[in-house]
Design a protein around this ligand. Structure first.
Ligand code: ATP
Length: 481
């Protein structure tokens, strides 16, 4: 794996292959967090000695009674002032451990961390809060633990309470708060405290929809402030792309991708898809060996899974190829129906219909399909396949025998710099035409039109993907919420 100095260039590298490099706009800002070759391991107990005699026997046999788990291996990166820095990775990769080391909750076994400025962590709920104290007392206690003076907390108190929307509850004991209210208070203290570096584990930043919207607005604002630095651990690639200026991906305690947020997000999505595929293969093997049927399958159809045969991160110009593996031994007609689910927006975007694909082969078989993606804007999609037989009561209808869900469904994403993110269908394939002469088509759509008519030979630049009017932006924002 080759990596460039993140202070000068963004680099995503995997198996020695550089994916993308560009100059970071924060390269000239001072470094506020430096994580230098950090390593961390934990001792996990294996055999416990029940007494001195056993301890002695274990010692003579060289049995230590614990094994060492290396959770972080040589983590090395820097964060500049003003950056919104994302840390992504699959479960158990070591992200929380890294945040705890950055926040001085854990010490590293090797390497060092240096922080310039006041660092405010929000990584473990309940730390610094006492259920027996009131909301007001807890704000002061927590502020004090974060290193603020009483005068400083006085100055930010109203802001914290207003953001948490807990004005009427501040004199109640924390133990009487709902869990959502506790999260809101803790989160508000963290983000409204006048720190320089905010360290956030996004998993904790939950709340109702209205509160999430406020957090969303806060992130958008803080991103514009060149004096504030945010370190965010998240599993949501939408947040990474929306807020982060730079990101790393941690896998098995190592940085496997760093830099450009798009590339890091794609790397993470691919890792998830790969892991899902492996789980699907394992489950299929288990069915064959042990006759255990996973969710959606049964003894009539013990195998049904859909998997990508082309890359799972696609462009609009790609044709997505996928396969469906099934086992069905009963005589008679049977069909495959395929539905396309839009993960981000919800809902079924497309359905082949129950009787479109009649299968010719019984037994254990794999069939292959392809689907052009030219219609869609950027998004995340999932293909669900069901195996169906004609309904005995009405042969025009079908009954579902089995359905491929969970890791047996197939996920793919469309990421194309020419596309917009918020609308489903791209404006190279669908346009609304004005009737009459009182509307002029301008901007990107006019360029596409002119291109189609052969008036201009240039292609639409990637930057145009960002071109949108304030009105449509607002509409999309409202829709998204
Ligand atoms: N105090 C501890 N003692 C022993 N093992 C620990 C401790 N803290 C973390 N681990 C182990 O370290 C590994 C990484 O955990 P960590 O919580 O850092 O991962 P993560 O990437 O944050 O995961 P997630 O996305 O699920 O939050 C796990 O195997 C976990 O069991």
């Amino acid at each position: 794996m080759s990596e460039k100095n993140v202070t000068d260039n963004y680099t995503v590298s995997e198996n020695g292959q550089e994916l993308k490099t560009s100059k970071t706009p924060f390269a000239d800002a001072p470094v506020v967090l430096s994580v230098n070759h950090v390593g961390k391991s934990f001792k996990l107990p294996t055999e416990q000695a029940t007494g001195l005699k056993q301890a002695f026997i274990n010692w003579t046999k060289g049995i230590k009674g614990y094994k060492t788990q290396e959770v972080l291996k040589d983590i090395d990166f820097q964060v500049h002032q003003g950056e919104f820095f994302g840390i992504v990775g699959r479960n158990g990769g070591g992200k929380s451990t890294l945040l705890k080391i950055i926040s001085q909750i854990y010490y590293p076994n090797k390497g060092s961390v240096s922080v310039k400025g006041k660092l405010v962590p929000f990584i473990e709920l309940g730390v610094g809060f006492n259920p027996e104290l009131t909301g007001r007392e807890n704000v002061y206690l927590n502020g004090c633990l974060l290193g603020f003076t009483t005068e400083e907390i006085d100055a930010m108190y109203d802001d914290i309470v207003e953001f948490a929307e807990l004005e009427e509850f501040m004199d109640q004991k924390l133990k009487n708060y709902s869990s959502g209210m506790q999260v809101r208070l803790a989160f508000s203290v963290a983000i409204k405290a006048q720190g320089d570096i905010l360290v956030l584990d996004e998993v904790l930043a939950v709340g109702d929809e209205a509160f999430q919207r406020k957090c969303d607005d806060f992130f958008t604002e803080v991103k514009k402030d060149p004096t504030k630095t945010v370190i965010l651990v998240t599993h949501d690639m939408g947040s990474v792309k929306k807020y982060c200026t730079n990101a790393i991906m941690i896998q098995d305690g190592e940085i496997v991708a760093r830099g450009n947020t798009e590339s890091v997000a794609d790397r993470y999505t691919l890792a998830n898809i790969e892991a899902e595929k492996k789980k699907g293969e394992k489950a299929a093997a288990k069915v064959r060996e042990q006759g255990i049927y996973p969710n959606g399958l049964n003894e009539r159809c013990p195998i049904l899974r859909t998997y990508a045969e082309s890359g799972a991160v696609c462009k609009s110009s790609d044709t997505f190829r996928f396969a469906v593996e099934y086992q069905y031994d009963e005589p008679g007609d049977f069909y495959l129906a395929i539905a396309l689910h839009d993960i981000r927006r919800g809902g079924i975007t497309f359905d082949t219909g129950a009787k479109t694909f009649k299968m010719k082969e019984h037994g254990h078989h794999t069939v292959h399909f392809e689907m052009p993606l030219s219609l869609f804007n950027n998004g995340e999609f999932r293909l669900f396949t069901s195996l169906r037989t004609p309904s005995p009561a009405n042969p025009n209808n079908t009954d579902m025998v089995a359905v491929a869900v969970d890791e047996r469904a197939c996920t793919f994403v469309i990421r194309d710099p020419r596309n917009w993110d918020y609308a489903l269908i791209n404006n190279r394939v669908l346009q609304i035409e004005p009737v009459g002469d009182d509307v002029e088509i301008t901007g990107k759509v006019a360029q596409i039109e002119a291109q189609k008519k052969g008036k201009i030979g240039v292609s639409v630049a990637a930057d145009d993907a960002a071109e949108t009017t304030a009105a449509t932006d607002q509409a999309a924002k409202t829709e998204g919420k």
